[in-house]
Structures are given as C-alpha cells and as structure tokens.
Design a protein around this ligand. Structure first.
Ligand SMILES: Nc1ncnc2c1ncn2[C@@H]1O[C@H](COP(=O)(O)OP(=O)(O)OP(=O)(O)O)[C@@H](O)[C@H]1O
Ligand SMILES: [Mg+2]
Length: 353
C-alpha cells in the first residue's frame, strides 16, 4: 500500500497542505517551517495520535477547534480514501472508503505507519510503556485476535480493580476471565518476538557492532501460571486496590552482546539499537505478512554520525516501504531511486521539480 495523496488541515502550523507523494519523499525546509508537523499529519492518519506527547489539543492549530488529515491509499491497484478528524473535546471521527468507522484499528490496518525520530532512543531508555506499544503495534498486524483479547484483558482488569476496592466476593469471577486473556496475550507477544528476532538480528548485523537481543517479560514471574501469580499478589492488590501483575506490566529487555542495554549503552548506540528494532519490525511485516509500511524519518542527519547515517539509509534503501524523510538540508541525505522533493516554508508545502 502507498499513500498517494495527503491533505492536512490545522495540524500545528500547517493551515492547509496537499501533496501527492511517491515511494520516496524528501521534505526539506528551515527550522520551524513545518517539516515535523507534516510527518505528524501522516502519523495521525495511521495511529490517531501524535508521536510528540499524548496531548491531543497541542497538535491542533492555535485558534482552531479541529484538525483533519485525509488521504488516498493505493492497495492492489485500488484507491481507498481514508480520513480522520480530531477535535479538542471529542473522540476522533474516522472515515474509510466513504463510511464512518469507530475505533482506530481499521485505520491502523490501512495506514501502517512507523517513525524514526530524534526521540527514538526512548525505546531503549524509557519505561516499559514505549516498548509495549512498539511490540503491540507489531502483534496487531500479525495476530487478528490481538485487539479483542487486549480489550478483554483490560476490561476484566478494570472490573477486578473495582472489585478489589469494594465487593470482594466478585473477585474470583473476574480472575478466571482475566487469567485466560492474560495467558493468551502473553502467548501472542511471545510468538511475535520469536518471529521478529531473526529480522532484528539481520538488521543488527548491518547497523550495530554487537548482537541485539530481546527478551519478553510477561509481567509476572516466568516460573508460574498467571493464576498462581494473581493468587500470591492478591493481598497486596487488595491493599492498594490495583492489579500488580499481568501483561499490562510486560516489557522487553533489550541487550547488546548479552548485556542489558538500558542505562548502559551510549545515546548514539541507543538510537542505532532502536532503529534496528524498528527496521527489523518493518522487514518482518514486509517479508512475513506482505504488508507495505510507511516509514517516517525525522531529522535523521542531525541525529546520527555520517557512517551510521549511511548504514541506516542503506538498510532503508532495501526495504519495500514508502518513505518520508525530513531534513534541513536536502544535500545531507542520499536516497537511492527516484525521489519526490517537497519544500516546506511557513506551514506551506510545495513540490520541487
Ligand atoms: N498548535 C500549534 N498551532 C500553531 N503552530 C504550532 C502549534 N504547535 C506547534 N506550532 C509551531 O509550528 C512550527 C513548526 O513546527 P515543526 O516542528 O513542524 O517545525 P520543523 O520544520 O520540524 O522544525 P525543525 O527543523 O526545528 O525540527 C513551530 O514554529 C511551532 O512552534
Ligand atoms: Mg522538526
């Protein structure tokens, strides 16, 4: 699939922009011209949220109430219009192929977008939430039941937490369903990381000096079933009114040459390791589920030294993905193949021929 038309309205400084992207797109312009905002618009079209912090309102152009991003996706020679509007105080409105749709899942299927940006090292260095989101985006694209099970798990956990704080008699009823969903979620994530591993290792060989490792932490001790873990956590759970064990606490321990990466490797190594994970994830989707993803690259030249940049661009050059690259200076990114160039100035975008 490819995004063959994009229209964004009231995304940050962008008033109204329209462009017709091709396979490789280079977006350049001065600081604060709106390059990252343009990538944000594409990301929102696939994820329903920005990659810069959780605040919805911050992304909506000052003085406006609603932002809209729409586009046309070409998949197997069929063009499908997709769009999303986000208001300050209302849930996102989504349209796919002329129909209103609830929830972001359908959009995520049509617009599989991933990003490498200056904050990418967070994937290695921040808390588990970032890594869970990374993992779950991948699982979502390969396991059809994932979203259902994920929702069921969280619904049961909310009910159990309510029961922990009040009527204790209901606890066991929720725990049975919770355990079933928890085991299934953990299994899907396990399976996903097993399938992902060879792809990450292959990209790692080209980008890193050491071997990248990933180990899934399920969110409860590996030696026990989830029911047993719940059982032994129950007293503490009742005291605090929350569930302390489970897939909502799961994580991936990342390593380089068998040593835990977090809090140890340099910032540059964090960035390369994180890029390895993301590019490995995309290679997996391309090779194993025939998905053609959209990859956004924000400010890459500013983040990596020359040699690392060349290596990352080489890997990207071999991916069957649609690519959007921003740069201050178009001369610093060498992209192979025909490139469409767009210039951004004060929130306006113009194709450069
Ligand atoms: N909600 C908003 N409404 C209007 N303008 C905004 C909003 N949020 C951010 N901006 C402004 O949008 C402008 C463009 O920001 P953006 O991050 O897209 O620039 P950029 O081209 O990526 O710059 P850089 O090269 O520094 O990364 C900035 O001046 C920023 O202050
Ligand atoms: Mg920027």
């Amino acid at each position: 699939m490819s995004l063959i038309r994009l229209r964004a309205e009231h995304v940050r400084c962008l008033e109204r922009v329209e462009l017709e992207p091709t396979d490789i797109n280079l977006i350049f312009g001065e600081n604060a011209s709106g390059k990252t905002s343009l990538l944000e618009a594409i990301f929102i079209l696939g994820r329903g949220r920005s990659f810069r912090g959780p605040g919805r309102s911050a992304v909506i152009r000052d003085g406006q109430e609603i932002l809209t991003v729409s586009g046309k996706i070409r998949r197997s020679s069929r063009d499908v219009p997709v769009g999303i509007s986000i208001g300050r105080d209302q849930p996102p409105q989504i349209r796919i192929d002329g129909e209103s749709t609830e929830g972001l899942a359908a959009l995520a299927e049509w617009v599989p977008v991933q990003i490498i940006d200056p904050a990418i090292h967070n994937l290695v260095d921040e808390g588990p939430g970032v890594r869970r989101r990374f993992m779950d985006w991948g699982v979502f694209h390969v396991e059809h039941r994932f979203l259902d099970v994920w929702r069921r798990y969280h619904r049961c956990m909310r009910q159990r937490n309510a029961a922990l704080r009040g009527a204790e008699g209901q606890l066991t009823a929720w725990e049975e369903q919770l355990a079933e969903a928890a085991e299934e979620l953990a299994m899907m994530r396990d399976r996903y990381l097993e399938r992902l591993r060879p792809h990450v290792e292959a990209v790692g060989e080209r980008l890193l000096d050491g071997r990248p490792t990933m180990e899934h932490r399920r969110g409860w001790p590996a030696t026990r079933s989830f029911s047993e873990a719940l059982e032994s956590s129950r007293d503490r759970d009742v005291r605090h009114g929350i569930t302390h064990v489970g897939p909502h606490r799961s994580d991936i321990t990342l390593g380089l040459d068998e040593k835990t990466a977090r809090g140890r490797v340099s910032r540059g190594q964090q960035k390369l390791l994180a890029a390895t994970l993301i590019l490995g994830q995309l290679t997996h989707l391309i090779d194993d589920v025939s998905l053609r993803p959209i990859l956004l690259l924000d400010d890459l030249p500013a983040e990596l030294d020359k040699d690392s940049l060349t290596r990352v661009l080489d890997v990207i050059g071999t991916l069957d993905a649609q690519v959007f690259v921003t740069a201050l200076d178009p001369g610093r990114v060498e992209l192979s193949g025909p490139v469409s160039v767009f210039h951004v100035e004060q929130g306006k975008v113009r194709a450069v021929v």
